[in-house]
Design a binder for this molecule. Structure first.
Ligand SMILES: C[C@](O)(CO)[C@H](O)COP(=O)(O)OP(=O)(O)OC[C@H]1O[C@@H](n2ccc(N)nc2=O)[C@H](O)[C@@H]1O
Ligand SMILES: Nc1ncnc2c1ncn2[C@@H]1O[C@H](COP(=O)(O)OP(=O)(O)OP(=O)(O)O)[C@@H](O)[C@H]1O
Length: 345
């Protein structure tokens, strides 16, 4: 392991859910056009970056060192690659190219967002890396340029920078902020296994190709009422409108999700939906105390690995420590861990 030079920069970055996910037909480039409403929840991964100067030899010059930090489960250790297929590596290499420098850094990932859970954990880590490195390297890229690098790394990366609630189109990378002054309360049901995003999109294509007039694959409705419900802050209105075209595909690959979705509503949630490509299911609750009650009952129902209570919207990626432009924390410094300015909300 190479020795670190200088203090680390740490960024905290949220998971996302899709309140509405309309999937179009397969495009020539292998992607599907989406119309989606993202919401960032207070379930965070943390990314720390540190320089590993002096420059490494040519054999190391192609990428950063990547490590997992904290208590890492066996499953996460097996599932999260530490090589060029990790999205943080891709993000570091993409940003280094733009900045015309070597990605001579060590990137630590502290995971709380479920791996392969449909909550864009890898994309969140990539977004965290982009913000952390642009801070470490004191790049003055501007929001648009960083968003462009994000979109190049993955469809969900731009939203993890942005946070809040946003309407996503294209592959999901074209974002427009959605007015949402109200907090929604969620119960998140985590599965003990993941689902592969391309496999779920492929399953939807297969189901649609096999559909008949008698047994069509239903599509979600228009997005406008969802935006109105978000703006109104009325959980009961939003609950009627939650929808995800990938849900049928996720349930087809993992039929146990049907039980999970039923159990959440039986436990008192207003509605439940598969998050993104699944298998995580999210349940909208009337308020915070209700979410705690639903979570306790769902945890006892034996239909998922674990449950979390969460709320949204929350801001996107934020520097929490080590910003050279801000005074250090600790004795003499500011008392509380101020999450710092959110450049992207
Ligand atoms: C399902 C969602 O989470 C909804 O927000 C996202 O669309 C997934 O975004 P992501 O994980 O960042 O996906 P990417 O890494 O860009 O793409 C992974 C794979 O998912 C499929 N994919 C992804 C996004 C999209 N709009 N259409 C697709 O068909 C493609 O097979 C692609 O090769
Ligand atoms: N930093 C990372 N964290 C987790 N998985 C990663 C990371 N980088 C690459 N991967 C790989 O990507 C796969 C999907 O990971 P991720 O946790 O982002 O899925 P997801 O939440 O379902 O994604 P999305 O919601 O964007 O479709 C993992 O199985 C793993 O092999």
């Amino acid at each position: 392991m190479l020795s670190a030079v200088g203090p680390p920069v740490t960024v905290r970055v949220p998971a996302k859910i899709n309140l509405h996910l309309a999937v179009g037909d397969l495009r020539a480039d292998g992607y599907h056009d989406l119309v989606t409403v993202f919401q960032a929840l207070n379930l965070f991964d943390e990314i720390s970056v540190v320089s590993t100067h002096p420059r490494r030899g040519a054999d190391h010059a192609d990428g950063p060192d990547v490590e997992l930090l904290g208590d890492v489960s066996e499953a996460d250790r097996a599932a999260v690659p530490l090589d060029g297929s990790n999205l943080v590596w891709k993000a570091a290499v993409a940003l280094a190219e733009v900045a015309d420098r070597e990605p001579d850094v060590r990137i630590g990932i502290r995971k709380s967002i479920p791996v392969a859970g449909g909550m864009a954990g890898g994309s969140a880590d990539a977004a965290g890396t982009l913000l952390a490195l642009s801070t470490l390297w004191r790049l003055d890229l501007g929001r648009e340029a960083l968003m462009q690098v994000a979109a190049q790394v993955g469809s969900d990366v731009a939203f993890a920078l942005h946070g809040g609630t946003a309407l996503g189109t294209g592959r999901g990378e074209n974002l427009v902020p959605v007015l949402s002054r109200h907090t929604f309360h969620w119960v998140v049901a985590l599965s003990d296994h993941g689902l592969s995003t391309p496999t779920v999109f492929g399953e939807l294509d297969r189901l649609r190709a096999a559909a008949t007039a008698e047994s069509p694959v239903r599509r979600v409705g228009d997005v406008e009422p969802v935006l109105e419900a978000v703006a109104s802050g009325e959980a009961r209105s939003l609950a009627l409108l939650l929808g995800n075209d990938l849900q049928a595909a996720a349930v087809s690959l993992d039929p146990g999700l049907r039980r999970t979705l039923r159990a959440g509503v039986a436990a008192g949630a207003l509605a439940g939906v598969v998050s993104g490509s699944g298998p995580t299911c999210v349940f909208l609750c009337a308020d915070g105390p209700d979410a705690v009650r639903v979570a306790a009952e769902l945890a006892g129902a034996g239909v998922c690995r674990t449950v979390r209570v969460a709320h949204g919207p929350v801001p996107g990626a934020r520097v929490t420590d080590g910003d050279p432009a801000r005074p250090p924390r600790g004795p003499g410094g500011p008392p509380a861990p101020d999450p710092g300015p959110n450049m992207y909300a």
